[in-house]
Design a protein around this ligand. Structure first.
Ligand SMILES: C[S@@+](CC[C@H](N)C(=O)[O-])C[C@H]1O[C@@H](n2cnc3c(N)ncnc32)[C@H](O)[C@@H]1O
Length: 367
């Protein structure tokens, strides 16, 4: 996203356009008026990644713009979508890389990750194997800028300090802490994420019973929602995210969550009484009184087995990054569930992407 498209003067109109499209998409399903959660108009992205463009002996950050059949390279001087510490680091880092042949040679991509707690990580990705000369130069760079620095190339990952950051912020009077591991999913817009967590907590406040969570990532919602429920069973497919989630449960003193590394179709199969899963051996599924299903799937939405699993729940709290697949899933559940609350979260300003949340409740007989 070249920075000329990031125009705070257009913030309200771009959001209004997306909100109108969302309301149109769900008009057939009795959508209540959505609560709207805005982003900061600038400096909202915690992650940013850029290709490195080598030209005439110098390097620049670059992005590719699709246009016609060709991709057009766009050099990036500044990227005001990124949070301030990333914006400030970008030119200083580029100049330092420019001045150091061993750090610059065959550098392909640079990725930034920041936290509101004030930590920064930089991952440098190369098209060549990295040796000790790289590590020495990279260590000096990490010390100079006070960042966690990682070097990657094919089948190689060099971590000079940590390959994770520790985020922390206040939510409803609690200080929440989250390990965020390099390369694993984290919500890109931390300000909007906090608003999503608050909204989800309000929808769950009077649910009671137990919670089943799918696609829990590093436990972003799990940590926020767990105190509202008796017990929680949380599942996620990515190994590193499960590791981070376990760390985060402990770091936040959460004792009522059981984490299992399972894909959504595996857990749907297990709960439907399908085959026995070794990873579920220690878990007494019959001991749960699930009132609520919480899902935050990837763009592809829920698969058919997971939709059928969802149908059995009184309440489905659904956070989605893709209104199209959300709409398909809501349509599939429409005969059994109605939309009780809706929200849109502007995680991705100045793009067509919109994050949203729905609370679906089981229809009453005759309703
Ligand atoms: C949109 S992210 C949400 C993560 C988390 N809820 C958060 O707020 O950070 C979707 C997550 O689903 C996981 N995932 C993708 N496909 C999956 C599948 N088939 N079964 C279970 N988890 C899956 C990804 O690893 C990712 O962590």
């Amino acid at each position: 996203m070249p920075s000329d498209r990031i125009d705070p003067a257009q913030y309200e109109s771009q959001l209004a356009g997306k909100l109108a499209a969302f309301k149109r998409d769900f008009a057939d399903f009795g959508l209540p008026e959505p609560e709207v959660f805005r982003s900061a108009p600038l400096h909202y992205r915690m992650r940013a990644e850029f290709r490195i463009w080598h030209h005439g002996g110098r390097i620049d950050y670059a992005m590719f713009e699709a246009g016609g059949g060709d991709k057009k390279v766009v050099l990036i001087d500044d990227f005001p979508a990124a949070v301030q510490p990333v914006c400030e680091l970008m030119p200083r880092l580029r100049d330092a890389l420019q001045d150091c042949e061993v750090l610059k040679r065959k550098l392909f991509q640079v990725e930034f990750l920041a936290t509101h707690s004030g930590e920064l990580m930089v991952c440098l990705i190369y098209h060549r194997p990295l040796g000790e000369d790289w590590s020495a130069a990279a260590q000096a760079l990490a010390d100079r800028f006070g960042v966690q620095l990682i070097g990657r190339s094919r089948k190689q990952k060099i971590v000079l300090g940590r390959d994770w950051l520790l985020e922390s912020f206040e939510l409803d009077g609690r200080t929440l802490r989250y390990q965020q591991i390099e390369g694993s999913f984290t919500q890109p817009n931390a300000g909007v994420n906090r608003q999503m967590l608050g909204w989800a907590r309000r929808q769950a406040a009077d649910a009671g019973g137990d919670l089943l969570e799918l696609y829990c990532g590093n436990g972003n919602f799990t940590v926020a929602l767990a105190p509202a429920f008796g017990k929680v069973l949380a599942t996620e497919v990515s190994k590193s995210s499960v590791r981070a989630a376990n760390y985060n449960l402990e770091a936040n003193g959460i004792g009522n969550v059981t984490m299992v590394r399972m894909s959504s179709d595996e857990i749907s199969d297990a709960l439907a009484g399908g085959r026995e899963y070794r990873r579920m051996k220690e878990i007494d599924l019959g001991g749960y009184r699930f009132s609520t299903l919480f899902v935050d799937p990837p763009r592809s939405g829920l698969d058919a087995a997971t939709v059928e699993l969802a149908r059995g729940f009184e309440r489905i709290l659904y956070v989605s990054c893709n209104p199209a697949t959300l709409r398909d899933n809501v349509a599939a559940l429409h005969d059994t569930h109605e939309i009780a609350a809706a929200a849109v979260f502007d995680q991705f300003p100045y793009t067509l992407h919109l994050e949203s949340g729905l609370l679906l409740k089981r229809r009453r007989a005759g309703g």
